[in-house]
Design a binder for this molecule. Structure first.
Ligand code: FES
Ligand code: FE2
Length: 378
């Protein structure tokens, strides 16, 4: 799992002024909407006795711990300790990690890492979101599989005729012509040609193409966990962005935003979401049963062919970021079944701004003094 990225952690329309627990990278966070409309994100770990702040309440934009009522500002500073008599100061160390948040493309994005603003990788550009020709629909599920297996599955063109039948291509003609991968620093994509479906498939009566043109699907990944699938149907375009949110290394919260140019009325949202779900459920048993469960670090540990080029480019780029120290060790996972004696957190930007405070901080950053797989792999 990679730190130092913006993660879309929740659909914006479900976030309100109540504290809400979200999980990502094997750690819990609390988010809530403030009175000015902005969203705050803190580590869900009270510095006093480790109470879950998300189980408390929000009073005047501060989250209040449910255990002894300590109050935290959205910058992570504790402002009130009710058990202290009036006049007693608040220790400087009484603060929790706060993470930068932006709201964009219908999602709440939290920056989970400690990079200063100018060094942070960008949020991918999603041009469809503000384009009136498109209608967005939102769908989510929990997958009992590693998020990288989930991500690779979507950029894997060759599985479609086997797992999805004639939904996008012709199972009788499963070959994938060589395609070219376009890469930038943070993403890669390709146009992949399929033989056209032999029958109308799931799109029913709407299939009207006279000539059997190849079906072109644009496919791509954006670091750290987003995949795009652009399907051109005879009657319009469907563009899916899947956010594969690593709850921990074994479980993935998949949040999908689907944009379509056809049937753009609200009345068609439910059936559009249902179609997304139907396709996803065809993938689920395959991905949940892949072994090894985790993506190998060594490229030669699995066999790749030409049609796997998008996956290979993902694995190569991932390795560069592991070498840069962005990998979060799986051995230190708050959501694993094993009880721990020390709670650690994803380091937030404030730790870099104030190294002295960071050293004294109660909760230590993830990966410190642990034998991370990244280091083991070297
Ligand atoms: S554990 Fe949060 S106030 Fe005591
Ligand atoms: Fe699939």
């Amino acid at each position: 799992m990679l730190k130092n990225f913006w993660y879309a952690v929740e659909f914006a329309h479900v976030v309100d002024s109540r504290p809400r627990r979200i999980t990502c990278l094997g750690q819990d966070f609390v988010i809530w909407r403030k009175r000015d409309g902005s969203v705050a994100c803190l580590s869900d770990l009270c510095v006093h006795r480790g109470g879950a702040l998300s189980m408390g309440k929000v009073v005047e934009d501060r989250v209040v711990c449910p255990y002894h009522g300590w109050e935290y500002e959205s910058d992570g500073a504790c402002m009130k300790i009710p058990a202290n008599p009036p006049g007693r100061g608040i220790p400087k160390k009484a603060r929790v990690d706060a993470y930068p948040v932006v709201e964009k493309y219908g999602m709440v994005w939290a920056f989970l890492g400690d990079l200063p603003e100018e060094e942070r990788p960008p949020i991918p550009h999603i041009p469809q979101h503000d384009d009136p020709r498109y209608r967005a629909v939102y769908w989510e599920t929990v997958l009992e599989a590693n998020y990288e297996r989930a991500l690779e599955n979507v950029v894997d063109a060759a599985h479609t005729p086997f797992v999805h039948g004639s939904a996008f291509g012709d199972p009788g003609r499963p070959e994938i012509p060589d395609y070219e991968v376009t890469e930038t620093e943070w993403h890669a994509e390709a146009d992949v040609q399929f033989s056209p479906p032999p029958a109308p498939g799931i799109w029913g009566m709407l299939y009207r193409t006279k000539e059997r043109q190849p079906v072109v699907v644009s496919n791509g990944w954006y670091l750290p966990n987003i995949v795009k699938l652009h399907v051109r149907l005879p009657f319009g375009d469907l563009i899916l962005y899947d956010h594969n949110i690593p709850l921990n290394r074994d479980r993935t919260l998949v949040k999908i935003v689907g944009y379509r140019t056809f049937y753009t009325g609200k009345w068609a949202d439910a059936s559009a979401a249902k179609r997304i779900g139907k396709i996803f459920e065809q993938d689920r048993p395959i991905v949940e049963n892949q072994r090894p469960e985790l993506l190998p670090f060594d490229l030669s540990a699995e066999l790749h062919i030409r049609s796997d080029a998008l996956q290979v480019s993902y694995r190569r780029r991932r390795q560069q970021l592991i070498d840069r120290g962005w990998w979060i060790g799986e051995d230190d996972d708050a959501n694993s079944a094993a009880a721990r004696r020390e709670a650690t957190v994803i380091p937030s930007p404030a730790r870099r701004d104030n190294p002295e405070l960071a050293r004294a901080w109660v909760h230590k950053p993830r990966g410190e003094n642990t034998d991370e797989p990244a280091r083991r792999a070297e």
